[in-house]
Design a protein around this ligand. Structure first.
Ligand code: SAH
Ligand code: SF4
Length: 416
């Protein structure tokens, strides 16, 4: 439509906020930023403020926008993203007709469709994200995603393979397949495919590249998945397998459909097939009804699995989810203390894991360069950061490095 990018909000004629609904603090942050840009409308009457993403799929948020943020010109949800240019064009025309007054446009669509040939602007030329499915059917009791993203639907494998191939042809070296639960990929498609079969097809191209994927739901992580990874040439030896909690009582309340024991069984099978596999996870601390004893089940699980790193969250009630109706007697203060305790334990685990890697030689992808220290920032197959002395023109190359030192969050190595 002729618009270009600017780094400076004050120069912008359009400011578009893409939002996340997963936790309350992400929503508060979005509202804070939107409130701030309101002032820019005073000096630029042609400024359009647009809000999209998951937040806008919630009726309570739309009500809040209408009552307090009426200066937003266009609001559209995740189901309408492919029609953004159309709605934006209508908003511009509408604003002109209304003598530069705000022409409010609230789009609400709920059809769960897949749009192919969607243009993508990627701002990294080595790493790319490739959606293979949309939505979620799991209804974990704390989670808003199934309500704002709609039902799970998979893209045809031919479309994914063709996009993947184009990314390789364009020089991408590290491609992450995306979905809320990639392990259930293929359900509902007419073709005979599942996630391990898709991985196998994507693994079959020439050249050096890495395939990653996110996120795997443990209830659907099959032995077939690990068998395929163990025999592959390009699939990362890393699995992000969100466990959320180690207490079976809480896992049941969360509607996660696995137990601590069945989760550990998956981990054991994965290790038996892929000895150098790296595990990472998501943890929620302070789910309604969680006791300190339940919490200790989680820290026990961390010690048993030895995750390399974690994304940790304090439970955030999301209106409309079953968990938001549960009694939640533990204070935020106490939950924060539990989280800090957990982080301390995890820090030690990560530090030890990294220490054990000293002396190993690994293949890493050089992703960027720090001129101040002449260091390349590289990633292992297990997605661990390695700092290596080297030249800038190594960016984009797979290098063999010897791990010489370790830190809490990363490794040091030298090219061999
Ligand atoms: N589909 C992925 C996760 C997507 S959301 C999966 O099931 O693994 C990413 C993470 O956000 C979740 O794994 C969970 O740890 C966290 N999360 C989701 N809802 C949350 C809530 N209400 N409060 C706190 N954390 C939440
Ligand atoms: Fe949310 Fe993930 Fe559960 Fe789906 S599988 S409901 S996205 S936590």
């Amino acid at each position: 439509m002729g618009f270009t990018l600017t780094d400076n909000q004050e120069n912008a004629d359009v400011i578009l906020f893409n939002t996340c609904a997963i936790r309350e603090n992400a929503e508060n942050k979005a509202f804070g930023n939107i409130g701030w840009v309101k002032n820019l409308k005073k000096t630029n009457e042609n400024l359009f403020i647009i809000l999209c993403g998951c937040m806008t799929e919630q009726n309570t948020i739309i009500d809040k926008i209408k009552s307090k943020y009426g200066f937003i010109d266009l609001v559209f949800g995740t189901h309408s993203i492919h029609k953004f240019p159309k709605y934006f064009y209508e908003t511009i025309l509408n604003k002109n007709e209304n003598q530069k007054k705000s022409g409010k446009n609230y789009i609400k669509e709920t059809e769960d469709i897949i749009t192919e040939d969607f243009p993508a602007v990627r701002n990294n030329n080595l790493k790319a994200f490739l959606p293979i499915m949309y939505g979620c059917n799991n209804f974990c009791s704390y989670c808003i995603v199934p309500y704002v993203r709609g039902r799970e639907r998979s893209r045809n494998s031919a479309e994914i393979i063709s996009e993947f191939k184009k990314l390789l042809e364009n020089g991408y070296k590290d491609i992450t397949l995306l979905g809320q639960n990639v392990n259930s990929y293929g359900k509902g498609l007419e073709e005979n495919i599942n996630f391990p079969k898709l991985l196998k097809k994507l693994d079959g191209f020439e050249g050096e590249y890495t395939i990653r994927f996110m996120t795997s739901h443990p209830k659907d992580a099959t032995n077939e998945l690990f068998d395929v990874i163990s025999k592959s040439n390009h699939i990362a030896h890393h699995i992000h397998l969100p466990v959320q909690c180690g207490s079976n009582k809480i896992l049941k309340e969360m509607n996660r459909k696995y137990t601590k024991e069945s989760y550990l069984k998956i981990i054991d099978y994965a290790k038996s097939k892929i000895p150098d596999i790296v595990f990472t996870s998501d943890i929620i601390v302070g789910f309604p009804g969680e006791t300190y004893e339940d919490f200790l089940e989680t820290t026990d699980l961390l010690k048993k699995v030895k995750f390399a790193s974690l994304f940790t969250f304090i439970y955030s009630p999301r209106e409309g989810t079953p968990a938001a109706k549960l009694l939640d007697p533990i204070s935020k203060h106490e939950k924060t203390a539990w989280l800090l305790e957990l982080l301390k334990i995890q820090e030690e685990i990560s530090e030890n894991l990294h220490k054990e890697m000293i002396g190993e030689s690994l293949k890493v992808l050089a992703e960027s360069f720090l001129p101040e220290t002449n260091e390349l920032l590289c990633r292992t197959s297990g997605n661990i950061l390695v700092e290596v002395k080297g030249k800038k023109d190594n960016i984009g190359k797979f290098l063999n490095v010897l791990i010489t030192n370790s830190k809490k969050e990363s490794l040091k190595g030298k090219i061999i």
